[in-house]
Design a protein around this ligand. Structure first.
Ligand SMILES: CC(C)(COP(=O)(O)OP(=O)(O)OC[C@H]1O[C@@H](n2cnc3c(N)ncnc32)[C@H](O)[C@@H]1OP(=O)(O)O)[C@@H](O)C(=O)NCCC(=O)NCCS
Length: 154
């Protein structure tokens, strides 16, 4: 993810459907901050959210990757994904998440993966389960939103 991807990322994160389980959709400045955050993570951690593109055409699909998240005082590595509304339902998030899980385990030496998911977000919970994560507990995010923690040891 780089500053050149701002148009694609602003369209993705500005889509109210993609962001329906977040407090609100992001504006262009917030999408730029999202890119900056991931670039800082690449430098500091060696990972972050990456772009998902179609191998055949290079078309932008969304993002997927690994980010540190603090939940109830403990920082774990979260697997996250966002797919363009018109590209959903083709297995792209599942394919990308499996690749990120394998990289986390085989290259980065990460021992535990979590996903923090709104209880009503069925598609995301399906992707988490297909990636090998199971429902661990229910909690709240720092902003007070209900959240379901999926997790797996790697
Ligand atoms: C979650 C998300 C990334 C999934 O992307 P995707 O590329 O469509 O995912 P896949 O096609 O790999 O799999 C989606 C799964 O959800 C299921 N699904 C989709 N809509 C569903 C619905 N309304 N009810 C139940 N299951 C649903 C699909 O059937 C599929 O499961 P299956 O393979 O068992 O049939 C996408 O819905 C998205 O971007 N959502 C908004 C952003 C978001 O919530 N991100 C996660 C934050 S925790």
């Amino acid at each position: 993810m780089a500053t050149d991807d701002l148009d694609d990322m602003a369209a993705l994160l500005g889509d109210p459907d993609v962001m329906r389980y977040y407090p609100r959709a992001k504006d262009r400045d917030e999408a730029l901050a999202w890119i900056d955050w991931n670039q800082r993570l690449y430098r500091r951690e060696g990972f972050g959210l990456w772009l998902v593109t179609l191998r055949s055409t290079g078309e932008f699909i969304g993002d997927c990757g690994l980010t540190p998240q603090e939940i109830e005082g403990t920082t774990d590595i979260e697997i996250g994904y966002h797919v363009r509304t018109d590209a959903q339902g083709h297995g792209y998030a599942t394919e990308a998440a499996a690749a990120c899980r394998d990289l986390a385990r085989d290259v980065l030496g990460i021992k535990r993966l979590i996903a923090v998911i709104h209880p009503d977000n069925t598609p995301s919970q399906r992707v988490a389960r297909k990636t090998g994560l199971t429902h661990e507990r229910d909690t709240q995010t720092r902003s007070g939103q209900a959240a379901r923690i999926y997790a797996t040891a790697l």
